[in-house]
Design a protein around this ligand. Structure first.
Ligand SMILES: Cc1cc2nc3c(=O)[nH]c(=O)nc-3n(C[C@H](O)[C@H](O)[C@H](O)COP(=O)(O)O)c2cc1C
Length: 254
């Protein structure tokens, strides 16, 4: 069983220049259908999303978005443990789906939307993704990525899982900080941990929980592409690896 989205991991990049023409209404409707059909890792947390054109996005934001794109995907979720991770997973699945359709994207973690300025009654805003067409090319190979080496992010390495783990390593992260650490075990499981600092900035931590969700999306499509039927689970007792690593979730391959 292959997964079409796995191939998009190597093509995806953060685009910072967009043309003015927006993706057509049918594509946006298909995106809505795709997202609506997804189940995030923590399925009982309420979430939803909006797709908004640039001018509507500007009205909601406290300052102009960092990149000017014709459309934005906004992800919202009730504030519960792992709701940020859910949004990272959902947003990155949307990013890969859009990449497959040659739509350029850029995560917009810096988009500031306060409760007071948001649509009345909506769930709390978590994060956004800018999208549209670009004259910049998509990536052509893994060598174009600026990432830490495999052996700095992946531990207890099982060679057979390397193609899956490589997709995890290539996941986008806020400011390219790469807080995700992947640890495999001999029971067909990949455990995801987040690097934790003692006096961490809460804004950075918020973004890094979103990063972990994006990494889970990459592991899931990678595992499916490798022929597994993966499940994202939160194991108890919690797997431990190193002191400064906070357990996030596990991808159980079989
Ligand atoms: C959760 C998250 C938030 C991000 N926020 C921003 C942002 O506000 N502005 C921006 O230009 N890029 C943002 N990025 C993109 C990262 O800077 C980018 O993924 C990283 O530098 C790696 O580059 P790549 O995506 O081209 O592989 C964000 C990425 C993630 C995953």
């Amino acid at each position: 069983m292959s997964d079409r989205l796995a191939a998009q991991v190597l093509r995806r990049k953060s685009f910072r220049s967009f043309r003015e023409d927006a993706p057509d209404a049918q594509l946006m409707e298909d995106l809505v259908d795709f997202l609506s059909g997804l189940t995030p890792p923590e399925p009982d947390i309420d979430w939803n999303f909006d797709t908004l054109p640039y001018l509507d996005m500007v009205k909601l934001c406290i300052k102009e978005p960092g990149v000017k794109a014709p459309m934005y995907l906004l992800l919202r979720a009730e504030r519960k443990r792992f709701s940020l991770q859910n949004c990272g997973y959902l947003g990155e699945m949307a990013v890969l789906w859009l990449t497959e359709r040659n739509v350029a994207t850029c995560w917009q973690g810096s988009a500031g939307i306060t409760r007071e300025n948001d649509f009345p009654g909506s769930l709390p805003f978590v994060t956004a993704v800018a999208l549209g067409y670009s004259d910049e090319p998509f990536r052509e190979s893994a060598s174009e990525f600026d990432r830490l080496p495999y052996d700095k992010l992946v531990f207890n390495r099982v060679d057979a899982y390397r193609p899956i783990l490589e997709l995890g390593r290539l996941a986008p992260t806020s400011y390219n900080r790469q807080p995700c650490v992947f640890v495999t075990d001999d029971r067909q499981r990949i455990h995801l941990f987040r690097k934790q600092k003692l006096f961490a900035n809460p804004v950075t931590e918020f973004e890094q929980c979103v990063d972990c969700g994006a990494a889970l999306a990459h592991l899931e499509v990678g595992a499916r592409d490798a022929g597994y039927d993966p499940k994202i689970e939160r194991l108890y007792p919690v797997p431990r690896f190193k002191k400064n690593l906070a357990y996030q979730a596990s991808v159980v391959l079989a």
